[in-house]
Structures are given as structure tokens and as C-alpha cells.
Design a protein around this ligand. Structure first.
Ligand code: F6P
Length: 356
């Protein structure tokens, strides 16, 4: 078993779900935990886990195994000592005479899991990420816990924004997608939500702020995804965009948006970046339930020798998704989906169209 990539709140709860199911339904089970993700599998760093290792971890954030980022694009590149990482992983797997590798990870980690499956290893995976951007599952574990934290950040900002009559930007994680920002933004009552899937025009954003001011509202709250992008930048090629960002003087997109708003409205702006807090702390009850269900389902796949799949959830039911379908695909928000329509109906501005 290994946990790969950025951590999230419900990794331990998910491993517990897998382990408890195996211990309860298979007579002789040995579970090895690889340390720091694929790194442990590459370099043979692991420990034999006992049933007691999985006790008391349902509510614990982080991962008892540790994690690390091992980029997929470098998997075929030998390490500094010339070690072939893929062959090394296969060799550790064979040396330990494993029946199956259980991988808990996000997008990049699923590409490596698929590669190992294509290389002949038995692999079962679980969808981890606060970004909720994994293809093949409606929900990833970690997402709802992160929504709670990001929402709480917006809630806290609300009271101080109202007291001072300022424009506040809360920058939300999510990498290249806007799931976390959309959900926390709606839950926290943000007036403006900027997400990568809906490039913004800063003038429409400014109009929305000015309109609120005219209505006598003293403050405005923006939930801005870390991957938010202007219409202008979205029209650039990857190369042009990289070139433009070369001399960028901002730590993140919120600071550019903030500067433009200040310039165009003269209003006082403050920016809050909750950052990695969003991945920390205990899993929320929703995630504990999801993790337990997904973990049990993954263990069942192992028992039935149904390898090469990720356990996911669709319409409330647990599903088996082939790794080849998951690997390399991003689940983004459809700008025409009903959640966006409803958010617009209640008056949330996405910066993509003039005010009505
Ligand atoms: O994928 C999870 C995530 O938290 C993203 O939302 C964020 O962009 C990224 O990881 C941060 O990565 P790191 O922990 O390596 O800084």
C-alpha cells in the first residue's frame, strides 16, 4: 500500500477501510506500507504493517505512510545513480511476492499506476485529492474536508470585510480546476467566483463590485481559484503564456486581480491565502464515510482479483473504473453545468459576462 502526491485529510481513513475489510474477510493477510509514495516502492523502503497500525486513524489527517511527489514524466528517466525507476518498482513488488499494489493518489499518481498495470503488476487504486479533478468518480476523498476549511476561511473573512467595508479576495487551492473554489465560494456566500474553467474579464468583475457599492453594500468577497485566468491570458498559446509569466511580479493570481481592482475602483483590497491549511486537519464525516466505502470496495476488488481498476463513486454508488480510463484525464467543471447556472441565478458573478 502507498500514498502518493499531495496529502489530504482522508488518506488514513481510506487505508483503514481497505485493511479492515481484508483482515475481516481473508484468513492470512500481510500488508506492507511503502514509505513516501512511489519513492518507497522504487527504493525498497517499506514496513510490515499490523492490524493495530490501522486502529485509531479514522479521524487522523495526513498519512501514516508519508507521501512525496514523484512526477510521472520523470518515471522513465533514470535517477541520479542511473537507476531505472520502473524496473526498480517491479523488482520490489516481485521481491516481496505481492499479490497487489494498492495506490491512493491523484492525477499524476494514476498515470504511474496505469503504467505499472500495463507493465504487468496487479494494481488497485483509490481517488485522493482535495481538487476533485480525477476522471471517473463524482467525488474524491479529501475534497469535502477541504471545502469545509475553505468555506470556514470565507466565513471568517465575511465578518471582518463587513466591519471595514473592504473588498476581500480569498484564494482557494484546486490546481487547474475550480471545484473547490466553486463549492466553497457558494457555501461561503462569495459575491464573485473566479475559476479556471471560466476565464474572466476584469472589467466585468469591477462592474460587479461597483454595482454592489451603488446598492449600499459596503464589502465584496471574491473566491478566486489559484488557477483562475483572464480571458486575455486564456487566449494565449502555452508558450506565449509562459513567456508572459516569466517576468510576473505576483506570488499568485489573486495579487494581480487585487491590484487591477484597486486601480480600477480605488477600493481598499485585502487578500487571504489559506493555502495548505485546506489539506490539513481531520477528515469531515462525509469523507470518513466515502473513504470507508471506497476502501472496502477496493479490498473487495483485491479479494476477487479484479485488478487494474480505481474504486470511484457515481450517483452515490461505488463503481470500478479501468485505470486506462482514469489516467491522463482531468475532470473539469462544465461552464454550462447546472451548478454554475444556479450560482448565476442567485447573482454570483463569474467575470465572464456583463451584468444584467
Ligand atoms: O493537488 C492538491 C494541491 O493541494 C493543489 O490544490 C495545489 O495546487 C497543490 O496540491 C500544492 O502542491 P504542493 O503541496 O506541492 O505545494
Amino acid at each position: 500500500m502507498l500514498t502518493s502526491g499531495g496529502d489530504c485529510q482522508s488518506l488514513n481513513a481510506t487505508m483503514r477501510g481497505v485493511a479492515k475489510t481484508l483482515y475481516a474477510n481473508v484468513e492470512d493477510v500481510t500488508i506492507f506500507g511503502f514509505e513516501e509514495g512511489y519513492r518507497g516502492l522504487i527504493y525498497g523502503e517499506y514496513r510490515k504493517l499490523q492490524s493495530s497500525d490501522f486502529s485509531g486513524i479514522l479521524t487522523e489527517g495526513g498519512t501514516i505512510l508519508g507521501t512525496s511527489r514523484q512526477p510521472f514524466k520523470l518515471m522513465r528517466t533514470p535517477d541520479e545513480n542511473g537507476l531505472d525507476k520502473v524496473e526498480a518498482m517491479k523488482s520490489t513488488y516481485r521481491k516481496l511476492r505481492l499479490d497487489c499494489l494498492v495506490m491512493l493518489g491523484g492525477n499524476g499518481s494514476h498515470k504511474t499506476a496505469n503504467l505499472l498495470s500495463e507493465e504487468g503488476l496487479n494494481v488497485v487504486t483509490l481517488p485522493k485529492t482535495i481538487d476533485n479533478d480525477l476522471w471517473g468518480t463524482d467525488m474524491t476523498f479529501g475534497f469535502q474536508s477541504a471545502v469545509n476549511i475553505a468555506t470556514n476561511a470565507i466565513d471568517c473573512i465575511h465578518t471582518t470585510a463587513a466591519s471595514h467595508g473592504r473588498v476581500f479576495i480569498v484564494e482557494v487551492m484546486g490546481h487547474k480546476v475550480g471545484w473547490l473554489t466553486l463549492h466553497a465560494g457558494i457555501a461561503g456566500g462569495a459575491d464573485i467566483i473566479l475559476i479556471p474553467e471560466i476565464p474572466y474579464n476584469i472589467n466585468y468583475v469591477v462592474d460587479a463590485i461597483n454595482k454592489r457599492k451603488k446598492q449600499g453594500k459596503r464589502f465584496t468577497i471574491l473566491a478566486v481559484a489559484e488557477g483562475a485566468i483572464s480571458k486575455e491570458d486564456a487566449a494565449l498559446s502555452k508558450k506565449e503564456f509562459k513567456e508572459k509569466r516569466k517576468d510576473w511580479k505576483y506570488p499568485s493570481i489573486s495579487y494581480e486581480v487585487g491590484r487591477q481592482i484597486q486601480e480600477k475602483t480605488g477600493q481598499e483590497i485585502r487578500i487571504t491565502v489559506p493555502g495548505h491549511m485546506q489539506r490539513g486537519g481531520e477528515p469531515c464525516p462525509y469523507d470518513r464515510v466515502l473513504s470507508t466505502r471506497l476502501g472496502a470496495a477496493a479490498a473487495e476488488m483485491i479479494i476477487n482479483k479484479e485488478y487494474g481498476h480505481m474504486a470511484g463513486i457515481r450517483n452515490g454508488e461505488i463503481v470500478k473504473v479501468p485505470l486506462s480510463e482514469v489516467a491522463g484525464k482531468l475532470k473539469t467543471i462544465d461552464p454550462d453545468c447546472s451548478s454554475i447556472k444556479e450560482a448565476k441565478l442567485v447573482g454570483i458573478c463569474f467575470g465572464d459576462e456583463p451584468l444584467k
